[in-house]
Ligand binder design. Sequence first.
Ligand SMILES: [Zn+2]
Length: 464
Amino acid sequence: MNAPTPLRRAAAFLAPLLCLVFAPLTAAPATSWRAGTARENITPPAGLWMTGYASRDKPAEGTAQELWAKALAVADPAGNRGVIITLDQCGISRQSTDRVAAELVRRHGLPRSAVMVNVSHTHCSPQLAGNLNGIQILPPDGLAKAVAYPPDLEQRMIRVADAALAALAPARIAWGVDEAHFGFNRRENPEKDVVALRAAGQLKGPFDPRVPVLAVRGADGALRALLVSYACHSTTLGIFKWHGDYAGSAMLELERRHPGANVLFTIGCGADINPGPRREERLADEHGRALADAADRALARPLTQVEGGFASAWGDVTLKFSRRPTEEQLREAETKQQPNQGMHRAWAASVRELIRTRGDKLLEYDYPVQAWRLGGLSWVALGGEVVIDYALRLRREAGDNLWVFGYSNDVMAYIPSERVLKEGRYEGDTSMVPYGQPGPWSPGLEDRIISKTRELLTRTAPPR
Ligand SMILES: [Zn+2]
């Protein structure tokens, strides 16, 4: 249903060129904000293995939707710049984003904090070496391809950010918010009952229906870019074809409704939120349309203009894993007959590698927190699969002009709140196996992450 038409394909390739054409020819001093946007097709070559589920037992068989790297660069009137790269990918390693950022810092003189990466978490994307190590259950040729692909992906990320920065041109940037309700708290509601519970208004558990939208218009008033966010797993689908899931469908739908606009998606703190119902391609399109409708409703109302300056800040906070697996536990994972035995073996291999390479530092993890300020709007980008409690808590503290993204810059594990860590289960405990990490996080991570976030928001606050 979403197979790319020749026209769409042509439009996709033309988009960055059009942006370049609109770039100013002279470097007159800017009196307004500027923005530039670009896109790169990252649909993998045939034969790559897919990610997201331990049950993936063969490579992708084709393309249902093309996968994209997209970038939006912004510059305030004083020339302070930032660039966000969004990817139709399930996860990404810190090593990859650090390499990309280092190159962009070198080429463009940006601070590290001005480069942000967010992955949509679509489970119909390729397995990458260095991410989700507990489900690296690949035959040798599959593993070789998983290792070979990231350098190419990184080059495309650099290229798309280069193109967006080169396309910086006077722009009006504004934002608004609406709601979509296809997400639900997957820890608190049985999936089979979701439609009925939603209809009866009886869904339980924390959830955030907000759909923040950032609109970028050129000096001629034309919509050049839209950035749309939603806090919900991109797990409508587990098909053996490349697909951007509901996020991919939403971007295609919005690009169809707004010709000439590059539409980017950032995922919020949706680690315990699933789309429902799911499992069919038509449902990804249905959820995508619901998201597009929410974005269009937001755009139809008066938006808040981005005025003032751009600022960015970055800080790592050291998180701790609570326990080091014993030799006996590793052996058991390697030999015991159990469901998903390949995953348990891959977990043991990952932990052995961590013991070899990290030694005494095995239980420490440098967790990335990033903040941007665009005029009166603040963005926080957190690493990992962050549960919704973080977004709700931060917004209670900082107000509605704060957007919190998860799955940013490094997707190393789930990031439970203290509540979810105590409750355990998948997001609090057992997901460390597919992630190939030693064990659950130690208590205290929520406050550490929140206090680092507060510090970065203070550092990026406008001068008084
Ligand atoms: Zn996930």
